[in-house]
Design a protein around this ligand. Structure first.
Ligand code: SAM
Length: 212
């Protein structure tokens, strides 16, 4: 079904091989800001933020096609012209977005990968931060939301080491003024974590030009 869904870019489609710098010109047909939702699952943030920010373009990214299909269907039902989906591993994100093409990146409840040997797979490992740094514009924003305390500590430490900047942080999003940034969006996994009584953590960092 994804093959016939023009909202989903995935292997086998022409655009999959030629996406860099083409998102706004070929898909969105405007010069609006480009926002990525990584590990998007069903794309609740892309679909949820789209009506609040009609002048931003959202691309949900995940490796699982079935999940993003749910988000794509919602975007179709609501006739949102500013939501698209890309099926790929985040490992290859810089094959799809050019240097300085992206304005914002949301990473929403990524897999915590608790084992030390899996640290390189964490979506906030330095190798990923370097890719985000490349595709983000100067002043671009990275946002991470997770229930996982170890991943959160790791991510904050890595961000401080690599980017020298943390703009805002909370260990309990639901009790924080930062909650407003989330427009009451609760993802599939967040619902489960909340039912287990887990606090949701959130950090916002900005790519600076002179970080040293
Ligand atoms: C715990 S789920 C969170 C999904 C959604 N953000 C939510 O909060 O419900 C993690 C998601 O990340 C995706 N994922 C994990 N590693 C990935 C990678 N390296 N590249 C792309 N997607 C990845 C999985 O397919 C899964 O949908």
């Amino acid at each position: 079904m994804n093959e016939n869904d023009p909202r989903i870019v995935q292997p086998g489609k022409d655009f999959y091989e030629n996406a860099k710098w083409q998102w706004n010109s070929s898909f969105f047909h405007n010069d609006n800001k480009l926002v990525l939702e990584l590990a998007c699952g069903k794309g609740e943030y892309s679909v949820g933020l789209a009506p609040h920010y009609p002048k931003k373009n959202f691309v949900g990214v995940d490796i699982k096609g079935e999940r993003m299909r749910v988000g794509s269907q919602k975007a179709n039902e609501n006739n949102y012209s500013n939501v698209w989906f890309l099926r790929t591993l985040v490992h290859h994100i810089d094959n799809f977005f050019e240097q300085d093409e992206v304005d914002e990146i949301w990473v929403i409840h990524p897999d915590p990968r608790p084992k030390n040997r899996d640290a390189k797979k964490r979506l906030t490992h330095p190798r990923f931060l370097h890719m985000y740094e490349k595709i983000l514009k100067p002043g671009g924003i990275l946002r991470l939301k997770t229930d996982d305390t170890c991943l959160f500590h790791y991510s904050v430490e890595t961000l401080v080491a690599e980017w020298r900047t943390i703009e805002a942080i909370t260990f309990d999003l639901y009790e924080s003024p930062l909650y407003q940034e989330h427009h009451n969006i609760v993802t599939h996994y967040e619902k489960i974590f909340r039912e287990q009584g887990r606090n949701i953590k959130y950090v916002r960092a900005r790519k600076t030009i002179n970080k040293k």
